[in-house]
Design a protein around this ligand. Structure first.
Ligand code: UD1
Length: 355
């Protein structure tokens, strides 16, 4: 069996790590194609290095652009690569423009397509990710769902026959990295001189939160007005939008910091008293590390984090401040995202469905 993975953006490198390791362990031929959607070393190269992923076999170097331009360049670049390698499976991850481009390129060439993290839904059609995941699920031959909730969404859309619940590969990575870093102080603590739990960590990058200057400023003001300092990890989109709107990112109570490498992020989350974010991945990482999360969005795909009391959805302003300062939630040993062996389940499902 020959599997070709297509990745391009930061969260996909995290999901690729346990999958690549499992293919290696089982001596399955695996080709890695990087679209180049994320090209800053701190959003790309450090993830390959820190998580022990082999360098990509092909790098398309597509870079930034509007949705049409970026996705179109990927389609043009991927087709000859797929034709050259003729994989038994094209494996795509999550919900980015790289995911939908690879899905389209694969089905047009009649190559079997598997979608990892299938069935997630925000039901918010303003999000580019929602279109990307719906289109990819309906194109794919094998839907690798991380949770029962995701499988239920696929059932509603008539896709049960193609669905396998495999667990969440992010759990595999987070738990491994947590065990590597748990006894060391996080570099964020060392750098700012924070003691355990004396800071919050924030990330904000979604277009709905960054593109409107009033909303972005309100979010940053809320983060600056909490009881302990907030460190905001500045994604390039956030930096660019602050510059464009003439908004100062750092301010009293809010410390701007470059994006972190993955082990640093896990350590910084583990030792923070709370997370404030609009990232999908970080909501789940916070839950897995049992750090309370506050999400600046009207909805989430990861509903289990909210149902179990470890995540609250808020608007900027008083609601954000109150939620971020809420007491520690009740402990839980629930495992809605699997037991850390999802990658093995993925490889098994690919092998079973391989014709
Ligand atoms: C993308 C994904 C999003 C995911 C996020 C993780 C889509 C539609 N969105 O959003 O789902 O949560 O990645 O980070 O695929 N930029 C840089 N350097 C880089 C990458 C981007 O400066 O290495 C800048 C670009 O110039 C652009 C902005 O950041 O202005 C947005 O980048 P883009 O890849 O389009 O989307 P993200 O917001 O990163």
């Amino acid at each position: 069996m020959k599997v070709l993975s297509v990745v391009g953006a930061r969260p996909q490198f995290v999901k690729l790590a346990p999958i690549a390791r499992e293919f290696e362990k089982q001596r399955i031929e695996h080709i890695i194609v990087h679209t180049g959607q994320h090209y800053d070393p701190m959003l790309s190269d450090v993830f390959f290095k820190d998580l022990g992923i082999a360098d990509p076999d092909v790098h398309l170097g597509v870079g930034s652009g509007g949705h049409g331009e970026q996705t179109g360049k990927m389609l043009i670049g991927l087709e000859p690569v797929f034709e050259r390698y003729q994989p038994d499976w094209v494996l795509v991850y999550g919900d980015t423009n790289s995911t939908v481009a690879a899905a389209l390129a694969a089905v047009k060439l009649h190559l079997p397509l598997a979608h990892l993290e299938a069935g997630l839904r925000s039901f918010n059609r303003r999000m580019p990710e929602e279109h990307n995941r719906v289109l990819t699920d309906h194109a794919a031959d094998l839907l690798l769902a991380p949770t029962k909730v995701a499988a239920a969404h696929l059932q509603t859309e008539g896709l049960t026959k193609r669905t396998e619940v495999v667990g969440d590969v992010m759990t595999d990575v987070v738990l491994q990295v947590r065990d590597q870093v748990r006894n060391a102080p996080s570099p964020i603590m060392t750098e700012f001189g924070f003691s355990e739990g004396a800071y919050r960590l924030a990330t904000i990058h979604r277009p709905d939160n960054t593109d409107d200057p009033g909303r972005l400023n309100a979010i940053l003001d809320s983060l600056a007005g909490l009881d302990v300092p907030t460190v905001i990890l500045a994604h390039p989109r956030l930096v660019a939008k602050c510059e464009q709107h003439g908004i100062a990112l750092g301010r009293e109570g809010l410390l701007a910091h470059r994006p972190l490498a993955y082990p640093e992020l896990v350590a910084a989350t583990l030792h923070a008293c709370g997370i404030v974010t609009d990232s999908g991945g970080l909501q789940k990482e916070a839950f897995l590390l049992r750090t309370p999360c506050t999400t600046v969005r009207p909805e989430t795909e990861w509903v289990e984090t909210v149902e179990l009391g470890w995540n609250q959805l808020v608007e900027p302003g008083a609601a954000l401040v109150a939620a971020a300062r809420r007491p520690m939630p009740a402990p839980t040993d629930a495992t809605p995202y699997g037991d850390g062996h999802a990658a093995a389940n993925v490889v098994k499902a690919l092998a079973e469905h391989f014709k």
